[in-house]
Design a protein around this ligand. Structure first.
Ligand code: 5GP
Length: 112
């Protein structure tokens, strides 16, 4: 997979408001927040999207969801959404796997 803007954030080549880091993942503020809380949870491993994840990524995928829960708990969020856009037709614009964590306002369903 080619480099992306998130690769540059991971390597600290461009700034981001980073809230959390561990050996497998980092969490930072979305630059165009769609809710009062809008964070991106990304793996350090460059996987383009969920469809490109392999069998041996299954623990990493679980870890990302676990991180989302930890951050939501720390922020005191009770109602929130965790979503990943897989493919351009689903709204994916950055091809480095990421979970969006959205909260702090009522969230409608279904999304557009
Ligand atoms: P996607 O559309 O791929 O699901 O989500 C990509 C997200 O990355 C968007 O919500 C967009 O606002 C965010 N984003 C794009 N470029 C940057 C950037 O340079 N810095 C940060 N912090 N977020 C970005």
């Amino acid at each position: 997979m080619g480099d992306t803007i998130f690769g540059k954030i991971l390597r600290k080549e461009i700034p981001a408001e980073i809230l959390y880091e561990d050996e497998h993942s980092i969490v930072f503020q979305d630059i165009h927040p769609q809710a009062p809380t809008h964070l991106l949870i990304i793996p350090r491993k460059p996987i383009a999207n969920l469809a490109e994840a392999q069998d041996d990524d299954r623990f990493l995928l679980g870890h990302l969801l676990w991180v989302a829960k930890q951050i939501a708990d720390q922020l005191g969020l009770q109602d929130y959404r965790v979503v990943t856009n897989n493919g351009a037709g689903a709204g994916q614009t950055v091809f480095h796997l990421h979970l969006h964590l959205l909260g702090g306002r009522p969230l409608q369903w279904p999304p557009g």
